[in-house]
Every structure is written in structure tokens, then in C-alpha cells.
Design a binder for this molecule. Structure first.
Ligand SMILES: [Zn+2]
Length: 161
């Protein structure tokens, strides 16, 4: 039986304390979502759009969401999130890396209607450390500093060599 499950995760890959809270899907649990999601703190995002597309499970990570909200405020334009949190099953199904940051929280941001370079620069300024450059979206996360390029088309669009 699923009940009010909160698993605090401590990330030990660096000295910063980074914790988040897993929230089971809304079907199974109505209380925890309204308790943990802070609509006034993250006014331009919703629990649902950051949750797993497959089952609705969420991962509420305040530091990540604060940075995402600041990024949105800097861009002065809506950020369309294609993928946020993924449960392990969904991550495997879409071919995500086994240790993908999406298992906690990451954001794949649709590049349509956005200037890709402004978005990248603003994400860096707001403290994001992991970047996946794709032709149609930018992946950002708070994992160890690294970047990767999704395709040759993406390499050209992002002017990476
Ligand atoms: Zn799922």
C-alpha cells in the first residue's frame, strides 16, 4: 500500500547538501503534493509539468526549482518543460542514462520561441551545471559539471566544435 512516502536523498557527489522529496503520483496520494509543492515560490511551474509523464510521480527539490524559477524570470518568457522528473521505469523506457539526473530532477526545455544561446547563458548564470545540447531542447541539471551533444545537427545549431 502506498502511503505518505517521503524519501530524503542526500547527494554525496560534492560538498553541497542537495536534498529532494519523492512524491508518489496524485492517484495514490493527494495530500503530499499540496503539502510539498509551493506555488508562490515557483509561480511559473506546476507540480504536474515537472512530474513523471508516465505515472505522475514527482521529485520536489527546492534548490533546483528555485534556480529554474530564477531562470524563467531572467528569460521573461515561458519555459516549456518537455521532461522533468522520471521514475526509474519511465527513464529506462525512454532510453535515459541509468544514472540520469531525471531520476531526481532535471529539465528538458523546448527551444521553440526561445533564443538558445540566451537560455544557455542564463542557465549557467543561475547555477546549472549539467548541459545536454539537443536540436529541439536544452537539458539542464545540477549534477557534476559536464556537457554532451545530442546529435550532429545539435552540434551545428549550438555552434559547438
Ligand atoms: Zn513514471
Amino acid at each position: 500500500m502506498l502511503s505518505y512516502i517521503q524519501i530524503m536523498m542526500r547527494h554525496t557527489n560534492n560538498c553541497q547538501r542537495r536534498t529532494g522529496t519523492f512524491v508518489p503520483s496524485e492517484e495514490n496520494n493527494n495530500l503530499s503534493i499540496s503539502d510539498a509543492w509551493q506555488p508562490r515560490r515557483w509561480p511559473n511551474f506546476s507540480f504536474a509539468e515537472m512530474a513523471c509523464r508516465h505515472c505522475g510521480e514527482g521529485y520536489i527539490w527546492p534548490e533546483f526549482l528555485d534556480r529554474l524559477q530564477n531562470l524563467r524570470s531572467d528569460m521573461k518568457a515561458p519555459l516549456h518543460i518537455l521532461s522533468g522528473h522520471r521514475c526509474a521505469l519511465h527513464n529506462a523506457h525512454v532510453g535515459g542514462a541509468p544514472l540520469s539526473q531525471h531520476l531526481k530532477l532535471a529539465a528538458d526545455i523546448n527551444l521553440r520561441d526561445l533564443n538558445r544561446f540566451r537560455l544557455r547563458d542564463a542557465a549557467e548564470r543561475n547555477g546549472f551545471t549539467g548541459f545536454g545540447f539537443y536540436s529541439t531542447f536544452l537539458h539542464i541539471d545540477l549534477g557534476r559539471p559536464r556537457h554532451w551533444i545530442g546529435s550532429e545537427k545539435a552540434r551545428k545549431l549550438w555552434q559547438l566544435h
